[in-house]
Write a protein that binds this ligand. Sequence first.
Ligand code: BES
Ligand code: MN
Length: 447
Amino acid sequence: MKTQAPSAIRERVRDLMPGLRVDLETLVRIPSISHPGHDPSQLGRSASATERILRDAGCETKIVEIEGVPAVLGHIPAPAGAPTVLLYAHHDVQPTGARTLWHSEPFEPIEKNGRLYGRGTSDDKCGVVMHAGAIRAHEGRTPVGVRVFVEGEEEWGSPNLAKFLSRYADDLRADAVILADSGNWRTGQPGLTLSLRGIVACDIEVRTLDHAVHSGEFGGPVPDALTVLAKTLATLHDDRGEVAVAGIVRGKADPLDLTEDELRKQVGMRPGVKLIGEGGITDRMWMKPSVSILGIDAPKLTESTNQLVPSAKARVSMRIPPGQDAEAAMKALVEHLRRHVPWGAEVTLTPRGHGRPYKLAGDGPIYDAMRKAMTEAFGRAPVDMGAGGTIPFVADFNQAFPKAALLLTGAGDPFSNAHSEDESVDLADVERSTLAEALFFEYLAGR
Ligand code: BES
Ligand code: MN
């Protein structure tokens, strides 16, 4: 294999960008939402489009299904003596939420100020494109062996992943894994993610009455279920905004250079609203638990009448820091809710799936190679960062292949609005992240 100077690879990636952008747009046009209730054939379409992009880049590919969910596998054999890298991304996306909240069609990509907008542009279809671009930068003859795994159920918690990892172990074995499903520290400033939080979630239903009754006639002595639910949910935080569920691990994170002001801009926080909880901001986002109410089933205002609501439901989610056992956390959450339901109301608790947290050491020659590649590609060194989100693949893969080094990257940034309306990715960062990955292959191969 011929050595390529960084500048040659840089030029190739630049030349590849128009084509990579078309590939990204093709993927974004497919509404591959993995949540139940959405057309599952779209996952088949996005798997096919992903396969085509990887095949054109030079991979041998196949689409495999577990429980009907299609994933894409790719392969380029390792040159003699060279290590193998597994490239991970996911081709499914989150639902869009209300169309009226978007400034453009969610599945019609458009560019504005150097960013491409549309569902999945950052989470995680740019990951597919980064991998294809890094392979193409070497014209399909990568200096390392390449395995690719693009799953189709990440946004639904990857329920079949364990089965998948054992069934396709031979297709996934690698010395290093690049998971292009985290993001950069800032636009134009690279980050290498070294920790992820896990997640547990639970549905709670409370009931006070067999049926609704007149709120004037019986209100006073008779409790309504929505008030019971509100009181229960209000116990999940103390007055400072600290998570009140007992026994969850708490840790410390590097504060880095993030200020409250910058965070407020990133999330569009209204001026009078205060941050909640205690400790550093990065502690609170990466190394401490957080609890959120994701949704409530209760009468809509337009359908509400003067009645005492007989039952109500909520979905509660808790992010858990590295070091916290997920099953113990689920138990703590369920028990907290059960104990705090007031006035003897009936309660049904339904635990939902969980994803484990993870912390990486982040040192050794494979990380050195990635840091060197990122520094070269972005013109500045990557920040060692944490992430508050969850990628179930990380802990599961580590359990199956404990020796592989896990590298969490991604072209998105804090303004990408992942899961929200107006999701976007900075196109210059897609180029830089692709270049970093292409250079990493080179450096990992020992050049
Ligand atoms: N890409 C995210 C995870 C992420 C978010 C990493 C922010 C780094 C920073 C991923 O696609 C995701 O959203 N995962 C889900 C997993 C869940 C369904 C089990 C999540 O975190 O909600
Ligand atoms: Mn996501």
